[in-house]
Ligand binder design. Structure first.
Ligand SMILES: Nc1ncnc2c1ncn2[C@@H]1O[C@H](COP(=O)(O)OP(=O)(O)O)[C@@H](O)[C@H]1O
Ligand code: SF4
Ligand SMILES: [Mg+2]
Length: 330
């Protein structure tokens, strides 16, 4: 059953210098209990897309398209309903747990806060729930009395996950949850997230620049470039046999999950991502594309069927599926 559906979602930031088209026409869906990975370099629009899902964008950002959460139109939600959805149905784990925790409050109090604020538990029951959550994320219960600075980076990220789980959400959005952690701790935290969402039947959207991390945790992968979805399909297939040249480059840049060597010397991706205010014409990837054709700077290629349940936006893919219908997903 489809839990989340995005239809032609776009986000444009307005700044003094003009408009920043950060997300451009993204259509995706996520089944209840499934895990979707969103990959792409820094600046490709991943966090913007995540914030758009819960309308957490800064003032002045323009959000277009349609977002259905369990059949309900997020863009049409009244403020009160939106607030309820944000704490009861979906939570976000942001990158850099250090910044998400209050340095002068004990972590047990911080985990209990949403339960108390929303009247989901009385103080005594909340303490019990905090202990249960700490155990679920692999921390000893006495850690409830610790302050954030007494914990390691990995332990703080576990606390953030406990906070995300506190109100029993149906969807967790994890935005680069392990990027700041070293490789061993990263693997442990990823395993934990994977296990918790599976055990609790929670849908997961995990964001990373590292395709290998996402392929390890997720069922489906979506690859973004310059605000657009350029490839989408079953995670293993997209990682091991990417169809879009950009996904191929990303997969080559991070060949093995947790491999420190690949992190130090990412292969296969030259040049920089484009400035969204000065997007290259045609296929935005053309200045960096190793297999670009003469027509690519003038050709705006949409997503095409690229195998069962797969889509990719490249002229080479389009050529190989001449009879296919544009935008079809399977
Ligand atoms: N508040 C903002 N105002 C203006 N531009 C923004 C804002 N936040 C992000 N951007 C721009 O939007 C684009 C996408 O950013 P972001 O969603 O953070 O990408 P990612 O998470 O993939 O690194 C970038 O070009 C970024 O500079
Ligand atoms: S459309 Fe052209 S430039 Fe874009 S990814 Fe495909 S070959 Fe490369
Ligand atoms: Mg981001």
């Amino acid at each position: 059953m489809t839990f989340l559906e995005l239809d032609d979602v776009s986000v444009t930031y307005r700044i003094a210098a003009g408009e920043v088209p950060a997300v451009r026409g993204v259509s995706l869906s996520l089944d209840a209990g499934a895990a979707l990975g969103v990959a792409g370099e820094s600046g490709s629009g991943k966090s913007t897309l995540a914030m758009a899902l819960l309308r957490l964008l800064p003032r002045g950002a323009r959000l277009g398209g349609r977002i259905l959460l369990d059949g309900e139109d997020v863009l049409a939600m009244k403020w009160g309903r939106l607030r309820a959805v944000r704490w009861a149905e979906a939570s976000i784990v942001f990158q850099g747990a250090q910044h998400g925790l209050n340095p002068v409050r004990r972590i047990g109090d911080q985990i209990a806060e949403p339960l108390l604020v929303h009247g989901l538990a009385r103080p005594e029951a909340a303490r019990g729930r905090v202990a249960e959550l700490l155990e679920q994320v692999g921390l000893p219960t006495w850690r409830a009395r610790s302050y954030p600075h007494e914990l390691s980076g990995g332990q703080r990220q576990r606390v953030m996950i406990a906070m995300a789980l506190a109100c029993s959400p149906r969807l967790i959005i994890a935005d680069e949850p392990t990027t700041a952690l070293d490789v061993m701790v990263q693997a442990q935290v990823l395993t934990l997230i994977k296990q918790l969402v599976a055990e609790n039947g929670i849908s997961l959207i995990m964001i990373s620049h590292d395709l290998s991390v996402l392929a390890d945790v997720c069922d489906q992968l979506a690859v973004m470039y310059a605000g657009r979805l350029v490839e989408h399909g079953p995670a293993g297939e997209v990682f091991h046999e990417a169809r879009h040249p950009y996904s191929q480059a990303l997969a080559a840049a991070f060949p093995t999950v947790g491999d420190p060597a690949s992190r130090l010397a990412p292969r296969g991706l030259g040049g920089d991502p484009p400035d969204p205010m000065r997007l290259p014409s045609g296929c935005s990837f053309h200045p960096r594309c190793p297999v670009a054709r003469e027509e690519c700077p003038t050709l705006d290629v949409e997503l095409w069927p690229a195998g069962a349940g797969r889509r990719a936006a490249c002229v080479h893919v389009r050529e190989q599926s001449p009879a296919a219908t544009k935008g079809e997903t399977s």
